[in-house]
Write a protein that binds this ligand. Structure first.
Ligand SMILES: CCCC/C=C/CC(=O)SCCNC(=O)CCNC(=O)[C@H](O)C(C)(C)COP(=O)(O)OP(=O)(O)OC[C@H]1O[C@@H](n2cnc3c(N)ncnc32)[C@H](O)[C@@H]1OP(=O)(O)O
Length: 363
């Protein structure tokens, strides 16, 4: 089965299983349980063995982890297992099997492609088979990439997506955890979210979103923290937070009403109305919409011209526009992250995510 059609192939999976055997550093119990659960789900399907007794602690923890995956499809479990091992291998010295040159991403990023050319640093989300859904690793890599871009000698920084989507938002498998991990994971998720959004609030240079296709969730709300948002006319903008038992993030509870008025913001953030690119442009979320057939050519020509403008003048002007709001945005970001930490532990949220994972619900 090809990787493009169904995520990780059986060969990728077997290679990940072999890679695990070579791992020298113990990844810790939490990760080992997650690997175990996804391995069992990928090879045997949903957990249907009797629950071990309460004193059989190790086997009970393993059973809980596997059982928590519910009806997660085998293919998804296989892909998650491969993603997990790939994350471990990249941070371990046993990642001895160096990838072939052509396959290696620049500067050690696993989930992004980062390039710098003509005064423009481009950060491209690179999980096209998963619609660029944002994993924990990806949030971390984006923060690292932004940090590097803020210090390099480029004039403009661009975020875009590889493939048909800009991004489908938070990777819902981030929530695939056993119930006893939930509180701690929600706490860590809130810190990750606050730090991630904080990097955008503080980013010192002109930041441009090249929205190549549909955007969902946090990949929409974060756009108001960019200086320019160029969208293909194929792009859509969807924030289905209530459907997921969740609430707005990336300061959108403040920035969207101030941008488009509370009534239009409510339509998106409370009721999950999906906007076309033209509608998003009319509401001020998008700077300009281009026909998909000429999108890349027109946008990059424009950006290359902008990148020749005096670097410091651009940076200082951006900071003058943004500095008034910065403190307020950080406070809102902290509050939204705190509220989401609670939401992620709610039945409403867990049910919505299990429905997506078991393919009962899609946007
Ligand atoms: C720590 C910080 C937390 C910040 C919180 C942010 C909140 C949000 O971002 S909420 C938004 C969450 N996103 C979603 O609810 C989108 C869920 N995805 C979908 O509804 C659909 O996948 C789609 C409408 C985006 C695309 O549908 P389509 O039929 O075209 O393609 P699929 O076959 O569904 O997708 C291909 C492949 O990609 C996987 N995938 C896509 N999006 C996600 C996602 N957000 N999380 C996890 N996985 C996703 C999908 O499962 C498919 O995988 P398989 O091929 O392995 O089945």
């Amino acid at each position: 089965m090809s990787k493009t059609a169904m995520g990780a192939s059986q060969k990728d999976f077997e290679s990940a299983v072999n890679q695990m055997k070579l791992l020298k550093k113990d990844p810790g119990n939490e990760v080992k349980l997650k690997l175990y659960a996804h391995y069992k789900q990928a090879t045997e399907g949903p957990c249907n063995t009797p629950k071990p007794g309460v004193f059989d602690l190790i086997n009970k923890a393993k059973w809980d982890a596997w059982n928590a995956l519910g009806n997660l499809p085998k293919e998804t479990a296989r892909q998650n297992y491969v993603d997990l091992v790939s994350g471990l291998s990249s941070s371990s010295d046993s990642s001895s099997q160096v990838k072939p040159e052509a396959d290696r991403k620049q500067a050690g990023y696993e989930t992004l492609v980062m390039t710098s050319e003509d005064g423009i640093t481009k950060i491209m989300l690179n999980r096209p088979t998963k619609m660029n859904a944002l994993t924990t690793q990806m949030y971390q890599e984006i923060m690292l990439a932004l940090e590097a871009a803020s210090k390099d000698d480029s004039t403009i920084t661009v975020l875009t997506g590889n493939g048909s989507y800009f991004s489908s938002g938070n990777d819902l498998t981030n929530f695939v955890i056993s119930p006893d991990e939930l509180e701690e994971r929600a706490r860590r998720g809130a810190i990750l979210l606050r730090d991630f959004v904080g990097c955008f609030i503080d980013f010192p240079k002109p930041l441009v979103a090249v929205v190549n296709g549909p955007a969902v969730g946090i990949s929409v709300t974060i756009l108001r923290l960019f200086d320019l948002v160029y969208a293909s006319d194929r792009a859509t903008f969807h924030t289905p937070f209530s459907h997921l038992g969740q609430t707005p993030e990336a300061c959108s509870s403040y920035t969207f009403p101030s941008l488009m008025g509370p009534a239009k913001a409510a339509e998106m953030l409370i009721f999950g109305k999906k906007l076309t690119a033209a509608e998003a442009c009319a509401r001020g979320l998008v700077t300009e919409v281009f026909p998909d057939s000429t999108f890349q050519k027109e946008v990059w020509t424009r950006l290359k011209a902008y990148s020749k403008l005096p670097r410091n003048a651009l940076r200082i002007s951006k900071q003058m526009i943004r500095n008034h709001e910065k403190e307020k945005l950080h406070a809102i970001n902290a509050e939204e992250s705190r509220i989401l930490q609670e939401r992620w532990q709610s039945d409403e949220c867990m049910n919505a995510i299990m429905n997506f994972l078991s393919r009962k619900a899609k946007l």
